[in-house]
Design a protein around this ligand. Structure first.
Ligand code: AP5
Length: 190
């Protein structure tokens, strides 16, 4: 049975995975079950099996064609998953050659999203979160670069809405207000 497909995006380090995990726990307490799927993990498993990368943070430095091929494989596999699903991914990926659309037309066709969420917060908070996360090799962008990336993500989300008819919801995840971000997400999903 096809269920609801909710796509959740945000620049790296904004905290979308944190918001998703907390929201799923809270929804479970209410008897609402959502499966969380990391698009990046599907791509990473495929990239490792092809010997392309050893670290997930190296994927955005692969050639455009390699990234597009991995996207296609991940989208085809995720599109087959039934039930209510949250897909944790990126509206756009910052590559050395410019922004790569995270959900080009052939990916949207597989995923068929109902709602497209952008998680945002202030740029200085994103930078500090990136710097304090020792588990990842995140880009060290300044205020302007982060601001440009967040703006680009809003613009490309509008294009995704045009293609699919999905709605676009912006959820703020500021420091010390994770609980509010989770409540907003839970209200959207229940
Ligand atoms: P992926 O692995 O999906 O990235 P990710 O795990 O989602 O990590 P992010 O870097 O986006 O971080 P996050 O925003 O989830 O923050 P987190 O919750 O960890 O992607 C990996 C790669 O896959 C990409 O680089 C790309 O190459 C590829 N990829 C994925 N989708 C793709 C696509 N569609 N097309 C092409 N390539 C794709 O939180 C960060 C920190 O903030 C934590 O320390 C947390 O504790 C803290 N924090 C969170 N919320 C708050 C708060 N309210 N207050 C204070 N601290 C907070």
């Amino acid at each position: 049975m096809p269920g609801r497909k909710i796509i959740i995006t945000g620049v790296p380090g904004v905290g979308k995975t944190t918001v998703i995990n907390e929201s799923i726990l809270r929804l479970k307490e209410e008897g609402v079950d959502f499966q969380s799927i990391s698009f990046g993990s599907f791509m990473f498993e495929m990239a490792v099996s092809k010997g392309l990368v050893k670290d997930r943070d190296d994927m955005r430095k692969l050639s455009r064609d390699e990234q597009k091929h991995l996207q296609q494989l991940a989208a085809a596999a995720i599109g087959k998953i039934n039930g209510d699903v949250i897909i944790d991914t990126h509206a756009s990926v910052k590559t050395p050659k410019g922004y790569l659309a995270g959900l080009p037309e052939w990916v949207l066709r597989e995923l068929k999203p109902d709602v497209f969420v952008i998680v945002e917060t202030d740029e200085d908070q994103i930078l500090l979160r990136r710097l304090s996360d020792m588990t990842r090799v995140r880009d060290v962008d300044g205020f302007r670069a982060l601001s440009e990336h967040q703006e680009f993500n809003r613009a490309i989300a509008a294009a995704y809405a045009m293609v699919t008819g999905c709605t676009v919801k912006i959820i703020k995840n500021p420091d010390h207000l994770l609980d509010k971000a989770v409540s907003d997400m839970v209200n959207l999903l229940r």
